[in-house]
Write a new protein. Structure first.
Ligand SMILES: C[S@@+](CC[C@H](N)C(=O)[O-])C[C@H]1O[C@@H](n2cnc3c(N)ncnc32)[C@H](O)[C@@H]1O
Length: 246
């Protein structure tokens, strides 16, 4: 995702540290402490500005969600938008954070204390999901969402695609049996490649469509930012769901 460098991006996300997990592999081991319940954990890889995870967390609230984004400034925006959507305050005029009770936390100061607030069921992590998820324990995740990831279309780059068998094997390990991958893309070549990889993996294909917006899943679909842009340009959206058979 392209984004102009944010002013004070690092300080801004530091203020919202209580919504951010620096070590997601250990978050998995303390789900109840972090989220205040023991609901199953779902992960989105490459959340962008967080439109999908905000919608999903409200549509299916009986789960906990971790949204991973490798670009820090993009994750800052996703975390701030989530905080606003959950009534946790707003960016203050000076770039700090203002809680609903009026308390202002200035940039570069202490992290915002949300201990008196309901922080909801989403946390964010900055980093490369490939590295972060490799440290996750077996059977610790209920579902994985991958929306409009980089196609890595050039020859020789197949191993970098997030649906390459190397990644599918890792997802299979960290997902519970019966856990699912949900994958959307506008890129037909990447989609066909992904179907082939699922075929040789420990996943069973449960559902596929080459035209999500005209499918029976459209009414529960949560559009992402990229999805809106691509479909406005006339691209049809491909989606697959695959179930972990282990
Ligand atoms: C094309 S954008 C799509 C954003 C969003 N999912 C959407 O559909 O609007 C892909 C995003 O995934 C992030 N990303 C790509 N590879 C990643 C990885 N290995 N780990 C975490 N984030 C990644 C990029 O930084 C970018 O923000």
């Amino acid at each position: 995702m392209r984004m102009k460098k944010k002013r004070h991006g690092t300080e801004r996300i530091a203020l919202l540290s209580q919504l951010v997990s620096r070590e997601p592999a250990s978050l998995v081991k303390s789900v109840e402490t972090v989220y205040g319940n023991n609901n199953p954990l779902r992960v989105e890889i490459g959340c962008g500005k967080g439109d999908f995870i905000r919608g999903k967390s409200v549509q299916e609230p009986d789960y906990n969600y971790l949204a991973i984004e490798k670009i820090s400034d993009v994750c800052t925006v996703a975390t701030e938008k989530y905080a606003v959507s959950r009534g946790l305050g707003n960016m203050a005029a000076n770039g700090g954070w203002q809680k609903p009770d009026g308390t202002i936390y200035p940039l570069g100061g202490d992290e915002v204390d949300f201990s008196d607030c309901d922080k909801g069921n989403v946390r964010f992590s900055v980093g490369d999901a490939a590295m972060l998820l490799a440290d996750f324990p077996d059977n610790s995740v209920d579902a994985i969402y991958i929306n409009f990831c980089d196609p890595w279309g050039k020859k020789g780059y197949a191993k970098r695609r997030l649906t390459h068998i190397g990644f599918l094997d890792m997802y299979s390990r960290i997902l519970v049996k019966g856990g699912k991958i949900h994958f959307k893309t506008d890129n037909r070549e990447l989609f066909d490649f992904s179907l082939e990889q699922v075929e040789i993996s420990k996943f069973d294909l449960e559902y596929k469509t080459y035209d999500l917006h005209n499918s029976d899943k459209n009414d529960v679909n949560i559009e992402t930012e990229y999805e809106r842009n691509f479909s406005a340009k006339g691209f049809s959206i491909n989606m697959l769901i695959a179930e972990n058979k282990k």
